[in-house]
Design a protein around this ligand. Structure first.
Ligand code: ZN
Length: 185
């Protein structure tokens, strides 16, 4: 069977992980075997939420944290018995993830990839852009802007003053639309 790549993307608080969980749940109901991966860097993030959300579901579900700079290490854990590979917080992985996802599609896996499209400065995040090019299907989800509470949020605005690209923690961010972002920065 041919493989398939689905990308789920959007800002923080947009429901990416919920959408990923929904897809995983469907796969488990269909009695498929699912492996979920998240970068260890983000181990305090939504991958743990996913774990909580998925607890108690029947089916074959394994969850692995792998080093963000070593996406290749996933391949050793993905046996022929695995039908579905779900990758959360994909923006934190290096470019290596692109080759891994390509390889999985050739191997006939259904691959669900969830990650931020943009960093806190409105720049494409990690290899998410490349993954969207490769994808058979892309779902963009949106939070409601916490500024105007009307428009769709586009940017994960950083509320704190760190300048590192990666600062993990939902309490450091809020989701804003473009106009509110322009007013806030
Ligand atoms: Zn707004």
């Amino acid at each position: 069977m041919a493989g398939y790549i689905q990308v789920i993307t959007g800002s923080m608080f947009s429901g990416k992980s919920q959408e990923l969980s929904r897809l995983i749940e469907r796969a488990l109901i269909a009695q498929l075997s699912v492996a979920v991966f998240y970068p260890r860097l983000a181990s305090r993030g939504s991958a743990r939420d996913i774990e909580k959300r998925l607890q108690g579901l029947n089916g074959t579900l394994q969850i692995f944290g792998v080093p963000a700079e070593n996406a290749q290490s996933m391949l050793a854990m993905i046996t022929s018995a695995i039908d579905v590979v779900a990758i959360d917080e994909a923006q934190f992985f290096t470019q290596e993830l692109v080759a891994v996802v390509k390889r999985l599609r050739h191997d006939g896996k259904r691959v669900f990839v969830a990650g931020l499209d943009l960093d806190y400065q409105e720049n494409p995040f990690g290899c998410m852009g490349d993954l969207m090019c490769l994808a058979d299907n892309i779902v963009k989800v949106h939070a409601v802007c916490t500024g105007c509470r009307t428009a769709d949020a586009v940017i994960s605005f950083r509320l704190t003053h760190e300048s590192d690209r990666v600062v993990v923690g939902e309490n450091h961010y809020t989701a804003l639309c473009v106009s509110c972002y322009d007013h806030a920065r």
